[in-house]
Design a protein around this ligand. Structure first.
Ligand SMILES: NC(=O)C1=CN([C@@H]2O[C@H](COP(=O)(O)OP(=O)(O)OC[C@H]3O[C@@H](n4cnc5c(N)ncnc54)[C@H](OP(=O)(O)O)[C@@H]3O)[C@@H](O)[C@H]2O)C=CC1
Ligand SMILES: O=C(O)C1=N[C@H](C(=O)O)C[C@H](O)C1
Length: 233
């Protein structure tokens, strides 16, 4: 595949290496808005910044270039993007986390949330830890985890950053140098705690998942998720 890398930072560079190892070609790599012809590419992979992702993604839809995005912090525009994708007959996969491990963790979290539904002695709390360069908080992955708990557990209707209050899942965001991404969910009762945790040791899993998603999306139209790609859950 001829790949456009929209965002050539920490993730863009690892995705480039993984894509080359899998026999693909990088025809565009950019850290700027525009200045390239997206139609030179068969597919685009956007790992940019929250303020740029929506433009990058919509530009792909408008030129019928399938696009995979892992950028977090822009999801207030997600529904708008889906509408444009539909209108332009585009192809799109967004995931807050492309790693196989986290996608398995999403399933565990959902199952645990269902088991805990109605057990009023337990309260849930989430912690996410990332490197100090991260622009958004809480992480996209933490938001996905919280949304899944809200869907399965009647005790929760929303999440709150660094704040515990009734009906809200507290998400504690910590920034520590060089941490690729850690997410933990703990259910606490007066007598015990149940904790599940995912620790990324590096960024390879995110990059491989994004390239696999791009390979899977090529030739399709419509909106998909990593559940479709990995066929889990
Ligand atoms: N879904 C997933 O699995 C994962 C998602 N992420 C997310 O991916 C995103 C990128 O992460 P990471 O690579 O660590 O961040 P970086 O800051 O290292 O890279 C982002 C790059 O995007 C560039 N950029 C700025 N404006 C634009 C633009 N208009 N178009 C294209 N690129 C632009 C930045 O350039 P400059 O520095 O000059 O501003 C920078 O080089 C983040 O939102 C992060 O949360 C990260 C890991 C996994
Ligand atoms: O910015 C990062 O680094 C990461 N961002 C994603 C998120 O916000 O969930 C995924 C991963 O945790 C790394």
């Amino acid at each position: 595949m001829k790949i456009a890398l929209l965002g050539y930072g920490r993730m863009g560079k690892i995705i480039e290496r993984v894509a080359l190892e899998r026999g693909h070609e990088i025809v565009i790599k950019t850290s700027e808005e525009g200045g390239y012809d997206i139609q030179d590419a068969d597919i685009a992979i956007d790992f940019s910044v929250p303020t740029a992702a929506f433009f990058n993604i919509v530009n792909c839809f408008k030129h019928q270039v399938p696009v995979v995005s892992g950028t977090t912090g822009w999801l207030h525009n997600y529904k708008k993007a889906l509408k444009i994708c539909e209108d332009e007959k585009g192809a799109f996969i967004y995931a807050s986390n492309f790693s196989l491990g986290v996608n398995i963790f999403f399933e565990l979290n959902s199952h645990l949330a269902k088991l805990m539904n109605g057990l009023k002695q337990y309260t849930v709390a989430m912690e996410e830890i990332h490197h100090t360069q991260k622009l958004d908080a809480p992480s996209g992955t933490a938001i996905t985890l919280a949304e899944s708990i809200i869907e399965k557990n009647d005790a929760y209707g929303n999440w709150k950053l660094n704040e515990a209050s009734i009906g809200n899942i507290p998400i504690h965001a910590k920034r520590i140098p060089d941490v690729p991404g850690t997410h933990a969910i703990t259910y606490n009762s007066p007598t015990d705690s149940i904790k599940i945790e995912h620790i990324a040791h590096n960024r390879e899993g995110f990059a491989l998942g994004a390239v696999i998603a791009a390979e899977w999306l090529l030739g399709k139209t419509g909106v998909y998720t990593m559940k479709d790609v990995l066929n889990i859950g």
